[in-house]
Design a protein around this ligand. Structure first.
Ligand code: GTP
Ligand code: MG
Length: 435
């Protein structure tokens, strides 16, 4: 069975949404806009948007019959070959809609999975997408094959063909899921070895809604040359770079996959391995697009962080793209989020006077200040017979002063409490704290 069967190609889409009573107009509208961005990110065209307000979902066709007639007409007139539904469809609903509308039908999750599949570059990202697709398909197999039985009349020799096919596919998918998980675990192990090497470093993870500007900020802070695009989910894997050569302990910055609203749990879970850089961080730098839907994006990020069990990691909010908002709006946001940093990291005519690099430095300074405030300064004496550990000391802490005296090497060190503990443990009796 080809698990990519659901993820076919299409050129021109009509975007439709069902507005149930609990969703506001603004909510539905912004979600539709996002769906258009998702379609563009896939390289598709958008022929139009249709909303149907209804008190409940039609169990078989999702939308009401009347609306479907209207949609059918638009599909024909606009030469549309896909219907993108900005909700979650059951497999049966997808199937019924495809039959009646004679075009491809994808729900929100399928569109996102298509983008993931298209943009995955690294082996890890590819494995994770395959896992997400398999997990998404598994509970949906029933709806996909049941029609086989029905079409063949459900009586006589062919009875149960669909059932058998479902069982075969299910087994195939389960085996595939097990295999993919094992492969991902191996990737994870390699990562853990790297992690041990980096355990003496301070780790900062860039997080936030997709397209907020995380990779742009990462590039500006570390000269990395990562892919930046006005597209949702340009980044799907994690990259880690040194923030500054000189800082001790070293500060590492990681860029990773962005978040999006209404993504089913199993899809987020498939990215667990990539998102482990977020779990291991000492500090999260939350990038927020100041010109977009702030409240919803903040809420989505908070939900994902809760899902990842990372609520205890401190967060610094960075509002990006302030070149796109009015001075009044900026003032309001600054009042609402007095702790946040406000930047525009891209060089545009509007912010040319406030050149981009000073703004990036604002972020760098804030990160360093965060760690500085948490660092402790101690004076220690290192016995000469332990002087081979000097290299460790220089790596794990900032040496503010060093004095070679008769009874040992007197040093003033500044570092985070964790590294001080590590030094104590590592040096044992060779390390005496004087203050
Ligand atoms: N106007 C403006 N555009 C910006 C700014 N920062 C980034 N952008 C643009 O926003 C788009 C997305 O930037 P990325 O850095 O790829 O965003 P991301 O958060 O890494 O996105 P994903 O990896 O797709 O989740 C690009 O077109 C950037 O050029 C800014 O300060 N102002
Ligand atoms: Mg990115």
């Amino acid at each position: 069975m080809d698990e990519n069967r659901l993820f076919n190609n299409w050129q021109r889409a009509l975007i439709v949404s069902l507005q149930l009573p609990h969703r506001s107009n603004a909510e539905v509208q912004s979600s539709l806009e996002e769906m258009s961005s998702l379609a563009y990110s896939l390289g598709g065209e958008v022929a139009g948007q249709v909303v149907q307000a209804r008190s409940q979902i039609h169990p078989a066709y999702f939308f009401g019959k009347g609306k479907l007639e209207e949609i059918k007409l638009t599909l024909k007139n606009e030469e549309v070959d896909a219907l993108l539904v900005d909700n979650q469809l059951s497999p049966k609903q997808t199937q019924n809609l495809e039959k009646i509308l004679e075009c491809e039908v994808l729900d929100r999750t399928q569109v996102i999975l298509e983008i993931f599949a298209k943009n995955a570059r690294t082996r890890e990202a590819k494995l994770q997408i395959s896992l997400a697709q398999a997990e998404y398909l598994l509970p949906r197999l029933v709806g996909l094959w049941k029609h086989l039985d029905r079409e063949r009349g459900g009586i006589g020799a062919s009875r149960g063909t669909g059932e058998k096919q479902i069982e075969k596919d299910r087994q195939f998918l389960r085996q595939r899921i097990t295999r993919l998980k094992a492969q991902l675990e191996r990737v994870d192990k390699e990562r853990k070895t790297q992690k041990q090497r980096r355990s003496n470093c301070l780790r900062v993870s860039l997080i936030g809604y997709t397209n907020a500007g995380k990779s742009t900020i990462m590039n500006a802070l570390t000269n990395s040359g990562l892919l930046v695009e006005d597209r949702l989910f340009a980044t799907l894997d994690s990259t880690t770079r040194l923030l500054e050569e000189e800082t001790r302990p070293k500060v590492l910055l990681s860029d990773t996959v962005g978040f999006i609203s209404n993504l089913p749990h199993e899809v987020v879970a498939a990215f667990r391995s990539t998102l482990s850089t977020v779990k291991d961080a000492d500090l999260l730098l939350q990038i927020v697009d100041a010109s977009d839907n702030i409240d919803e994006h903040l809420q989505t990020t908070a939900d994902v962080l809760e899902d990842l069990d990372t609520l205890s990691i401190p967060i610094i909010k960075v509002f990006n793209k302030i070149d796109r908002i009015s001075p009044t709006r900026l003032l309001m946001l600054e009042k609402m989020y007095p702790e946040a940093v406000f930047v525009a990291v891209i060089n545009t005519a509007e912010n040319a006077h406030d050149n981009s690099s000073t703004l990036v430095d604002k972020i760098r300074k804030r990160i360093l200040l965060f760690f500085d405030e948490r660092m402790k300064t101690v004076t220690i004496r290192l016995n000469y017979q332990h002087s081979q550990h000097l290299a460790n000391i220089y790596e794990w802490s900032r040496v503010d002063n060093i004095d070679y005296q008769e009874e040992g090497i007197m040093m003033t060190l500044t570092t985070i409490p964790g590294n001080l503990e590590r030094l104590r443990h590592h040096l044992g009796s060779g390390f005496t704290e004087m203050s």
